[in-house]
Ligand binder design. Structure first.
Ligand code: ADP
Ligand code: MG
Length: 228
């Protein structure tokens, strides 16, 4: 089943001679339960594409459908609400709230959405991500690796239809970056989480099931399930 679809997504910054064509009519479809990577050089349009897919920006042309709902046909407030409910993010800098404990950080998105967190799921995530004994700690009292686990736990606890990650390993050393990738692979296997990862690191991208290559705002390759 399809969870996310882009149709001729186009984004142009500025106008006339100085216009930057960040995305040129990109179309793609993401299947439920898949783990895909978007790769491309710096400036190829990866962040622009991911933000548009996640409802965080507005396209110049084209559409995005999440579970059949056209994101940019929704008024801003409804789109924000839809996004919170259906789309999860892992940011490069984990964006944990320093005044909140591990458990509070993980439960926060549900509260923002006027829902009660699914505490059975939260407990399972805490156990599987080896955070159960860290629930009362503040981010400053956690190691970098623990902070990234909290950020992933927070996203998983929302049971998003898709988890989007924009170069989550970008500011990490190789070893910590590998741990984060292991965590994403675990989330995919164990929680059947659909994941779309943006990276410029070909080695990390090759570990996923599907590789989408962006170049100069265009999707120039789409490999699925082949040995690369
Ligand atoms: N807010 C903006 N204003 C003008 N140009 C932008 C803006 N954001 C991105 N761009 C341009 O769009 C292109 C794609 O950028 P981006 O999506 O950030 O690429 P990537 O994430 O692959 O490095 C680049 O040429 C960049 O300079
Ligand atoms: Mg980027």
């Amino acid at each position: 089943m399809e969870v996310l679809r882009a149709e001729s997504l186009t984004k142009t910054y500025g106008q006339g001679a100085s216009a930057a064509h960040a995305l040129r009519a990109v179309s793609l479809s993401i299947e439920q339960g898949s783990f895909s990577a978007i790769v491309g050089r710096s400036g190829s349009g990866k962040t622009t594409l991911l933000n548009l897919l996640g409802g965080l920006d507005t396209p110049t042309a084209g559409r995005v459908f999440c579970r059949g709902q056209s994101l940019y046909d929704l008024p801003q407030r409804q789109r924000d609400a839809f996004r919170r409910r259906h789309i999860g993010y892992v940011f490069q800098f984990f964006n944990l709230i320093p005044e909140f404990t591990t458990l509070e950080n993980i439960r926060l998105p549900a509260y923002l959405d006027n829902r009660n967190p699914d505490d059975d799921l939260v407990a399972e995530i805490l156990e599987k991500l080896e955070l159960a004994d860290k629930i009362d700690r503040y981010p400053a009292e956690l190691s970098g690796g623990e902070q990234q686990r909290v950020a992933v736990a927070r996203a998983l606890a929302q049971k998003p239809d898709i988890l989007l990650a924009d170069e989550p390993t970008g500011n990490l050393d190789r070893q910590t970056g590998c741990k984060l990738m292991e965590l994403l692979h675990f989330s995919h296997r164990y929680f059947h989480q659909t994941i779309l990862l943006v990276t410029h690191d070909m080695e990390l991208a090759r570990e996923t099931e599907r590789l989408l290559v962006l170049s100069d705002g265009q999707l120039i390759n789409d490999w699925k399930g082949e040995v690369l």
